[in-house]
Design a protein around this ligand. Structure first.
Ligand code: FER
Length: 248
């Protein structure tokens, strides 16, 4: 299934809850930088949400997975407008009651930004290991483990897997202010982060948890960026928190 965002086809999949219920909440789930909607941790979180009675809408963002657009040309603006389009699509589904946003890493950052913009329609958010350091890293010239001059951004950067990323990614990221988005969103927030994350420091989630009006942080001791060791603790945290949200 595709959701079309201004001519770009975004590969997406809806999974309804196991009880096959009529109307239900829906959680949009967004993967991270270089990721896609079939990653192990994305599928595990989706399955858990389906088990507690939520539909899920997983989507491959611009330039990722089986969506259109090229990786090299993706930016946080493109992901953000993708997210706004996917939110509107979800709101138009007749079986959907409350709308939630969940995202991993760069997808977690994206849902934090989108929730601020759509705060009147987003019930709660679940940023998992959110890559909130990207904008400040872009301003400081520290991204992808390669220092660069933030006033003279290279036209092309190299990612850790050797793929090319246009310098406009950095120019866009430099304009984004995560604190403003955090300040605007007053709904409930579940943050989950491994304290041995090698890609996004756990401090990102600690800072966000302090700054949000209504946040709960679950740290996973010893776990890494994609929860290779304790994915079950991630899904336990999601299951417990979402069950509480659905009561209220
Ligand atoms: C970076 C570290 C992490 C970066 C992006 C990420 C673009 C995102 C990781 C993810 O989404 O999984 O320096 O620079």
């Amino acid at each position: 299934m595709y959701i079309v965002d201004d001519g770009i086809r975004l590969n997406a999949q809806i999974d309804r809850p196991n009880n096959g219920g009529e109307k239900c909440p829906l959680v949009i789930i967004i993967h991270g930088f270089t990721g896609h909607m079939e990653e192990r941790h994305i599928l595990a979180v989706a399955k858990t949400l389906n088990e507690v009675g939520c539909a899920t809408l997983r989507v491959d963002m611009y330039g990722h997975g089986r969506s259109e657009g090229t990786f090299r040309n993706h930016t946080l603006y493109k992901w953000l407008t993708n997210a706004l389009t996917v939110i509107d699509y979800a709101r138009g589904l007749d079986f959907v009651t409350d709308l939630y946003l969940c995202g991993h890493s760069q997808g977690g950052l994206t849902v934090m930004l989108a929730a601020a913009m759509k705060r009147d329609v987003v019930k709660a958010i679940l940023p998992l290991s959110p890559a909130t350091m990207i904008p400040e890293g872009a301003r400081q010239g520290v991204l992808l483990g390669m220092p660069f001059d933030p006033e003279h951004i290279p036209s092309v950067l190299q990612t850790w897997d050797g793929r090319k990323l246009d310098g406009n990614y950095v120019r866009v990221a430099q304009t984004i202010h995560v604190e403003e988005a955090i300040e605007k969103y007053k709904g409930p927030v579940l943050l989950v982060h491994g304290d041995a994350d090698e890609a996004v420091p756990v401090q990102c989630a600690r800072d966000a948890a302090k700054a949000y009006a209504n946040a709960h942080l679950v740290e996973i001791p010893g776990d890494d960026h994609c929860y290779d060791h304790h994915l079950d603790q991630v899904t336990d945290a999601v299951r417990a928190w979402m069950t509480e949200q659905m009561k209220g």
